[in-house]
Write a protein that binds this ligand. Structure first.
Ligand code: SME
Length: 138
């Protein structure tokens, strides 16, 4: 629908802004829960195309955030259990859930080519971003 495409355009613009202005944000994308399914589907993103357009709940960092409802910061993906590699250049990852009316409906996922780049300031900033996204989706 046109409503969905205008939302997707705004989400894509958010990806572009984040990737452009924060040098250690190298892949920025959204995953959303597929309706009535225990899986995530890739939404708008900027960066290297990924094969992982569908991620089952519980699998990888994204799938774990879908069930934990918690931020997940991975300083070093090379020593991380239950991690889905998308690109050989990625060193670290951060995933922040998106809540609409208290429900975890998706997440923003950011990969970095810089080792251990994410601080609590990134978590607070990205929580602010996901709050804005939540308002866009309502
Ligand atoms: N690394 C993620 C998969 C998505 S890609 O980073 C785009 C994970 O382990 O869930």
């Amino acid at each position: 629908t046109s409503k969905k495409s205008s939302v997707d355009e705004r989400l894509f613009e958010i990806c572009q802004l984040l990737e452009k202005h924060i040098h250690y944000y190298n892949w920025v994308g959204f995953y959303f829960r597929n309706r009535n399914k225990e899986e995530l589907k890739l939404g708008p993103y900027v960066g290297t195309p990924t094969d992982h357009t569908i991620i089952p709940f519980g699998k990888g960092i994204c799938g774990q955030v879908a069930v934990s409802n918690q931020n997940f910061v991975v300083p070093d993906v090379s020593v991380q259990d239950n991690y889905i590699a998308c690109s050989m250049t990625v060193k670290a990852e951060i995933v922040i859930p998106i809540f609409v009316n208290g429900k975890n409906i998706g997440q923003i996922d950011i990969d970095s080519n810089t080792p251990d780049p994410f601080t609590e300031a990134d978590e607070r900033f990205l929580e602010f971003v996901t709050q804005k996204v939540s308002e866009i989706l309502q």
